[in-house]
Design a protein around this ligand. Sequence first.
Ligand code: GDP
Ligand code: MG
Length: 370
Amino acid sequence: RGTMTVGDLAKLLHKDASEVIKKLISLGVMATINQELDMDTILLIASEFGVEVEVKIPVEEDTFETVEEVDDEADLSTRPPVVTIMGHVDHGKTTLLDAIRHTNVTGGEAGGITQHIGAYQVEINHKKITFLDTPGHEAFTLMRARGAQVTDITIIVVAADDGVMPQTVEAVNHAKAAGVPIIVAVNKIDKPDADPDKIKQALTEYELVPEEWGGDTIFVNVSAKQRLGLEELLEMILLVAEVNDYKANSDKRARGTVIEAELDKGKGPVARVLVQHGSLKIGDAFVAGNCFGRVRAMVNDKGRRIKEAGPSTPVEITGLTEVPLAGDPFMVFEDERKARAIADRRSIKQRQSELGANSRVTLDDLFKHI
Ligand code: GDP
Ligand code: MG
């Protein structure tokens, strides 16, 4: 797999080496006959000569595309569900996220100072749940627009003293479009004018029918403010997770999605990443979007330094050379050289597409499998 020299390629294409070299020069690559070409250049030259080359590239190594990963059933183990909270403004998303964050029922890691790292985990009945803590639709929509699917379950918050509002409907539509199961949290039930049944009734119009009315949507009455119904909500999340049996292989190079990133004055570029497959370790060479990095330090949502992060774990990492974007794919490669090369190619590709599609058409081919 991988490389061949200019001479080898010429032979394969039934061309003179000098023709191949000329072609390379015309594409801005200075080469000699013994020079090793990488896969992309080989493909590019072949297509320039009108030859289609079939390449078999191990998906995991060379692509960010969300191709179904092929894992042996035996290598998979249960992972925590990843949950997003959506709903109309002022219906209590932020309050609910805060309330849940402080409902950490176990000892273990409790007592750590909670850090804002874009997501957090709580544990109930010895099972973990990961919450993305950017409420609202922005995170969800942005990530989906960038092709990232990070959410397993959506909680739609509806205030019991208000009703089904435009952003409630939007949230329902987003979740449905993404094929993500919905749990409805009817919030503010502490209010005197709360009318949970009205909410249930209104949502039947959007095919969200409560179980007690013969449907299959889970509704939970909560008060984020008074912390009522939170355990039930968490238990329902675990129930949905159990039914859907979310699994991942924790024993391979990490892959995930950037949830947030910023330039920190002291730490330099910082990325908050949700690990979705494999395990992320200190020292791992990775690409986040177009940025190269090597994990220097990892901090979890409790503010603790950790050495390894498995599937569904949110971590804050340092060791990047630049600041990636929210929703960017994140992937560990076997070594720094490889990771740098991929990051470079992705940057060039982006620059190319910014310059306009036809500035050098063939570059599209060059990068199409990244
Ligand atoms: P968001 O816009 O959906 O994030 O809503 P917030 O969490 O900011 O809440 C909006 C307002 O509703 C705030 O004043 C909260 O204190 C209040 N609120 C949130 N949850 C509850 C609740 O369960 N009961 C009551 N009475 N007020 C709540
Ligand atoms: Mg809010």
